[in-house]
Ligand binder design. Structure first.
Ligand SMILES: [Ca+2]
Ligand SMILES: [Ca+2]
Length: 466
């Protein structure tokens, strides 16, 4: 029988930010044939139907890092005529984030022409553009009030990313709108300072947000191409180059497994995984041997900056410091869901937060602030970890945890229920224990390892393969 190895095993419960479960509610890349009217592609005309209808044009707008960049074609809002809208799932008492790409060929000098808005009837979140001295300015109005504009520093015939955050609140005169214009890059968190707003002026407000609309105004010179619409209830759901749809964590023994899914990616080099200890609990975990990492990225890695091996067992954590604990390559550019996972192995008992730093091929990086996870200890219980290796020949390592000092017994049984070995039968202390099971003399096959302590019993199947 192998020697006992002593220590503490942590069991952890995860708390995952609910906002991670949100998703993009509306997406429109105008992936339709050139010349098609939008009304034949799911949009509805709500003004001047059939007059100068809104049509699909080539090419689709390109914007580095945007998940819809170059996908399909685009829509042209030209001079005056038909206005079109599309239903979105009704949203109330929430932030509504709308983002889209815009390419202005020509604009009016009037300050009253909006071309994108939310809802019809009560137009809110009205987005404007006007021309001044050869340049253009973008504007925003929350409701019916006069728009406010950026400085006229933007160019005709250039692609910009527009983002609007319309905060809908029940009751009157309390909604808020913020407006952003980007000429390159996409911050993965909302900037602290908006290009325009927040606007909190009084004016008619809808009971919920139900549509997004494209408007061809009264100007006979306007010529605006829009594309790449995204609507969601968080910043990341409305234009972040990497759109997360899921981020979960689970704990087995001392290993924390993080899993996440991206819906879309554009120029994604990969993800750095970071961990921060929130409340250190000093524990003696000497002797916990490293497990097979199963081909996954382990938290044990060479730290390039200090050239020291990073090993969570021996790191003294600063409770304020985020530590980079691993890297997972991204998929580059993808418009289909991708699943990722990362295993943080042999985490010392304590409470932690995890976050993911997404890095673009361009080198730009940013944190998704909503991806924080906290990990806290939970009551421990009798645990029999998966043996390593398994299948094995002829020895394998059995690791288990006992909650308190008690008599523990480990028996090995064949599939017929006959006991073939007793690995342990004695009083042992609380903590993690390891021993070697040498199956010398036993035939190949499946066996059951049964750990009993007090009234509790756990069993694990092991496979001897000679
Ligand atoms: Ca497009
Ligand atoms: Ca309101």
């Amino acid at each position: 029988m192998g020697g006992h190895m002593w220590g503490f095993l942590c069991c952890l419960i995860l708390f995952c930010c609910p906002s991670l479960l949100s998703q993009t509610l509306f997406q429109e890349d105008f992936n339709y044939p050139t010349g098609d009217q939008l009304v034949s592609q799911g949009w509805s005309a709500h003004g001047s139907a059939g007059t100068n209808p809104v049509t699909v044009v080539v090419p689709g707008l390109m914007y580095a890092g945007h998940p819809g960049s170059g996908t399909g074609n685009a829509a042209r809002l030209y001079e005056t005529g038909e206005d079109v809208s599309r239903s979105i799932p009704g949203l109330s008492d929430t932030d509504v984030y709308v983002s889209f790409l815009v390419f202005v060929r020509e604009a009016t000098t009037s300050s009253s022409e909006h071309f994108v808005h939310l809802n019809i009837g009560t137009h809110v979140g009205r987005v404007f553009v006007k021309k001044a001295e050869g340049k253009i300015a973008f504007g925003i109005a929350k409701s019916t009030e006069t728009a406010i504009f950026t400085e006229a520093v933007y160019s005709l015939n250039a692609v910009y990313l527009i983002a609007m955050r319309y905060t809908h609140l029940s009751g009157n005169d309390n909604d808020v709108v913020r407006f952003y214009v980007f000429e390159s890059g996409i911050p993965s968190v909302e900037p602290a300072l908006a290009s325009l707003g927040p606007i909190i002026s009084a004016g008619p407000e809808p009971s919920e947000i139900t549509t997004v609309a494209l408007r061809q105004g009264g100007s006979v010179v306007s010529d605006i191409v829009v594309d790449g619409f995204r609507i969601g209830t968080s910043w990341s759901d409305a234009g972040l180059p990497v759109t997360f749809s899921r981020f979960t964590a689970s704990v087995a023994g001392t290993d924390v497994t993080l899993r996440w899914t991206t819906e879309t990616e554009a120029g994604n080099y990969g993800f750095e995984i970071e961990r921060r200890e929130i409340s250190p609990i000093h524990a003696d975990i000497r002797g916990l041997e490293s497990e097979n990492d199963g081909g996954r990225i382990s938290n044990q890695r060479q730290d390039e900056t200090t050239n020291q091996r990073h090993d969570s067992r021996f790191t003294i954590h600063d409770s304020q410091q985020w530590l980079t604990i691993g890297f997972v390559p991204g998929s580059g550019t993808s418009s289909s869901p991708k699943d990722y996972s990362f295993v943080d192995r042999e985490v010392t008992q304590g409470r932690y937060a995890y976050r993911i730093k997404q890095i673009d091929h361009s080198g730009a990086s940013s944190y998704a602030s909503s991806l924080d996870i906290s990990v806290i200890p939970s009551p421990l219980r009798l645990t029999l970890a998966e043996n390593y290796p398994n299948p094995f020949n002829p020895t394998t390592t059995i690791r288990f945890f006992t909650q308190d000092e008690a008599r523990a017994r480990i028996g090995v049984y064949d599939v017929a229920g006959r006991m073939v070995r007793v690995l342990l039968d004695e009083v042992i202390g609380a903590g993690v224990h390891e021993m070697t099971f040498d199956a010398g003399g036993l035939p190949s096959g499946t066996y059951l390892v049964r750990l009993q302590s007090g009234s509790r019993m756990v069993t694990r199947k092991v496979v001897l393969m000679r």
